[in-house]
Every structure is written in structure tokens, then in C-alpha cells.
Design a protein. Structure first.
Length: 454
């Protein structure tokens, strides 16, 4: 890393950052009270609020959002007539998945082979620390040259839209000239990257009923309609023979223009087993950044252990559809629901419930803020030019902010590079990336202020 005062300050603050990230990771802040008590999210929110107060933020507030979760807001005033930059992260995390597959306790930040492991370490509690490090470095080197607003969401992973609805009801709260979303990631470790597009998403729960109750499979099997078999047939209809997504009426032929993703690199990043083929057609970038992708997130059915010889009367599944830029998530939701209903066999009763939705996002990479970030990235990553990539994931707030503040420049950076394994077991963050991106964000704020004549 290029020697400069900001970089030196960030480096000196890394031990403190590790301690603080450990404190934040310790909160089991899954925004679903059926998984962990609400108090875990409330504790994380209070931690963030305390950290902002400790940095001199004004108007720090724990906001009660319409979905029943909490987001944390604060304002750090800058020089008179300085532009305003909104910094975003979220403190809520994904559930653990197979807890037995974690090599170290998931809510205990643990260092292994140079990385820090723990749920939320990269996605996105590390993003909270990235913002704090950047601001602390600026305060130690002449001050923060812009007005800074920070918003840390409490239900991003659930997709329930609490912060989006709150922002729409209080449009002045998050108004800014530029927005840095700290919830994306570099294309790979050491390669500075901004994310230009995000797929949107819709989340549906489908239930199929065929009988008043389960039946003995020997006595009734062969004629009695099996709800689980009907559900399997419906879910299978969502994929073509090559595995690509097929929702009736939904286009799946868009082409990605930009940074390409070599298939060999993708296989390594995704840890695809030897001999197992990738699904879909077109380039890897087409498939994960430019086209819709369906995933069955869960099925309610009897576990193998303890299963009885029964024809199932009821079955349900949660289905996610990632929606690429250029396609409307609400329209995609209607198409997916209609597909599920139309493909249900045997006259079985089917009901579809929408439980989440967010629009896709495309940034204007020609804006002055992107030039300021490119210069900042070159300082933080000597010899590397900033790359522009897509991301298959969804951050619904981006479209809300773009609609509320059409003149704002929105950038996406973050710590979720492939080795981080976000949403999976053994999630981790690279402390080197945390350090470099904190330096980049600090320099960006300096550059952006200069570009606005401050």
C-alpha cells in the first residue's frame, strides 16, 4: 500500500477494528425472531448507535422501521457548503445454514490463515467498520471534508423492505449528493472493483394441498395425489434441461457487457465439484449478472430420519427469483406466481404468497463520483485500476434511493469478494481488504469534496 498519512492511520487502527468487529459479530442479529430473539438485533443496533456517538455524530437515532426492525442513523456535519455523502451498511446477517459445518464458532470472530471468520464479518458488519475506519483516518488527518450521513440497516438480508418504506415516508432523511453502499465486493482479493449493476429479487412461498391428511402409502399410494410429488414437479418446471431458468413469459437471453468471468475462475470460486457441470447457457457473466435465476431456498417435507411410509397431504417451498436490470421485479413476481399456479398438476390446490421483493439497479459509471473513486482506488491499490463488475445479489434500497434522489451518484463497494463466502458457512473477511477499502473510501471523500469545489 502506498505510504501516506491516511493509509498509515488506517493501519494503526486495524487492531481496534478487529476488536470492534468481534464485538459486532457476537450479536446473533438474524432479523427473524423465529431464528434468534429480537434482542440480538436490538443489541447490534445499539452498538452501532454507540459507535456513531463516539465519533461525534449528531442526531443519532435508532429508527423503528415498518417491518418491525431497527435501522441506525447519524449525521456528521462537515464544512459549510460541503456536499453530503451517505454511507450505507447493514448489521443484520443471514442464518447459519449447517451449523455443524462451521469450523469455528460462527458468532465468535476467529483468525485463521490470515482471514477473520464469523457470520457477518464481510456481509456486512465489516462494512460498518470500513466506514468507521475511513472517517477516523480523515479526522486524524485534517478532518472530514464533507457532510456525512450514515445509515445502517437492520433487515437487508430478509428483504422485507423496512428501511425502503421508512425512507419513502421521510424523504429528507437520507438525501445526499453521493451514496456509498458498503455492501458489495471486489471481483477478487486485491482487484479494486465497483459494482455497476445488481439483480433485483422476488421471494415467493408456494403451498400445495391434495388431501385432508397423510395416508398410508401402501394402502393408498398409486392413486392418492401426493402433494410433495406435485411440488417437486412444479419446482422442476422452473428449469430447462441445461439448468437455465424458465419462467413462462420471462426473457432469459440478455448479454453482459463489461468485465468477464472466466469459467475456470468461477468453478474455483464457487467450489464446484470435479466432474459437475455448470448450469445455463451463455457466458458466466451473462448467467449471474444479466439474466434471471431461480433458486429453491427451502422445502417443508418430512426429514429422511424418522420418515413414515405416507402419501403427503401438504407441501410447501420458498422460491427466490433474481431479476436482472431491465426487468421489472413486480412484473417478474406476477409471471413467477402465474407459472407456479399453471404448472401445478392433478388439479391440486395451490396458493402463492409473496414474502419479499426488490428492484434491480444500474449505476451511472460516468458520473464524477466514479472518477473520484477510481483515483482513490489507485491510491489504495497501487498499480491497479478500478474495475467495473456486476453482482447477482440484490440490495433493494439502491432503487429506493435512486428514485428518491435522482441526482445522487450511487457507488457500490465492499468486502464480499469470492473468498468471503457470504451467506455460506465459514464466512470470512480479509483484513487486508478491510484496510485497503477503508483507505480508498477516505480518499474518495477527499476527492469528491475537491470535485465539488470544497
Amino acid at each position: 500500500m502506498t505510504a501516506n498519512p491516511i493509509a498509515g492511520t488506517v493501519a494503526s487502527l486495524m487492531p481496534r477494528a478487529r476488536t470492534e468487529l468481534a464485538e459486532l459479530v457476537a450479536f446473533r442479529s438474524v432479523a427473524d425472531p423465529a431464528v434468534y430473539p429480537r434482542s440480538e438485533c436490538e443489541g447490534a443496533a445499539e452498538w452501532v448507535a454507540g459507535a456513531l456517538r463516539g465519533e461525534g455524530f449528531k442526531d443519532v437515532a435508532v429508527l423503528e422501521t415498518p417491518d418491525g426492525t431497527q435501522s441506525v442513523y447519524g449525521l456528521l456535519p462537515g464544512p459549510e457548503d460541503a456536499p453530503t455523502v451517505l454511507l450505507y451498511a447493514h448489521y443484520d446477517v443471514q442464518p447459519l445454514g449447517d451449523e455443524d459445518a462451521w469450523l469455528t464458532p460462527p458468532f465468535e470472530l476467529t483468525e485463521r490463515a490470515g482471514r477473520w471468520y464469523g457470520r457477518g464479518a464481510a456481509d456486512c458488519k465489516g462494512g460498518v467498520l470500513m466506514h468507521l475506519l475511513a472517517l477516523r483516518a480523515l479526522k486524524a488527518n485534517g478532518g472530514v471534508p464533507v457532510n456525512v450521513k450514515v445509515i445502517v440497516e437492520g433487515s437487508e438480508e430478509q428483504g422485507t423492505g423496512g428501511l425502503e418504506r421508512y425512507a419513502e415516508a421521510h424523504p429528507e432523511l437520507l438525501a445526499a449528493d453521493a451514496v456509498v453502499i458498503g455492501d458489495a465486493g471486489n471481483f477478487r482479493v486485491g482487484l479494486p472493483t465497483v459494482t455497476a449493476t445488481l439483480r433485483g429479487m422476488t421471494l415467493l412461498r408456494v403451498r400445495i394441498d391434495t388431501l385432508e391428511g397423510n395416508l398410508h402409502s401402501g394402502q393408498f399410494g398409486g392413486a392418492a395425489p401426493d402433494a410433495l410429488a406435485a411440488l417437486v414437479r412444479v419446482l422442476d418446471s422452473l428449469r430447462a434441461e441445461d439448468g437455465s431458468t424458465t419462467v413462462d413469459g420471462l426473457a432469459d437471453d440478455a448479454v453482459w457487457e463489461g468485465l468477464e468471468y472466466a469459467e475456470a475462475d468461477f468453478r474455483k470460486d464457487a467450489k464446484v465439484l470435479d466432474g459437475v457441470g455448470l448450469i445455463g447457457h451463455g457466458s458466466v457473466a451473462d448467467r449471474i449478472w444479466a439474466r434471471p435465476a431461480v433458486t429453491v431456498l427451502g422445502i417443508d417435507c418430512p426429514p429422511v430420519v424418522g420418515a413414515t411410509p405416507s402419501v403427503q397431504a401438504h407441501a410447501r417451498a420458498t422460491v427466490s427469483l433474481r431479476v436482472p436490470p431491465g426487468q421489472d421485479a413486480a412484473a417478474a413476481t406476477e409471471l413467477l406466481a402465474a407459472h407456479l399456479e399453471a404448472r401445478t398438476p392433478w388439479g391440486a390446490r395451490v396458493s402463492v404468497e409473496q414474502i419479499g421483493q426488490g428492484q434491480a439497479f444500474r449505476a451511472d459509471t460516468s458520473s464524477p463520483a466514479y472518477a473520484a473513486m477510481a483515483d482513490a482506488m489507485r491510491v489504495a491499490y497501487p498499480g491497479q485500476d478500478m474495475q467495473v463488475a456486476g453482482q447477482g445479489g440484490s440490495i433493494p434500497l439502491c432503487n429506493t434511493l435512486a428514485a428518491l434522489y435522482p441526482e445522487a451518484e450511487i457507488l457500490l463497494i465492499g468486502l464480499s469478494e469470492p473468498e468471503a463466502q457470504i451467506h455460506a458457512v465459514n464466512e470470512s473477511v480479509s483484513p487486508e481488504e478491510l484496510e485497503r477499502l477503508s483507505v480508498a473510501e477516505a480518499h474518495f471523500l477527499v476527492n469528491y469534496a475537491a470535485s465539488r469545489g470544497v
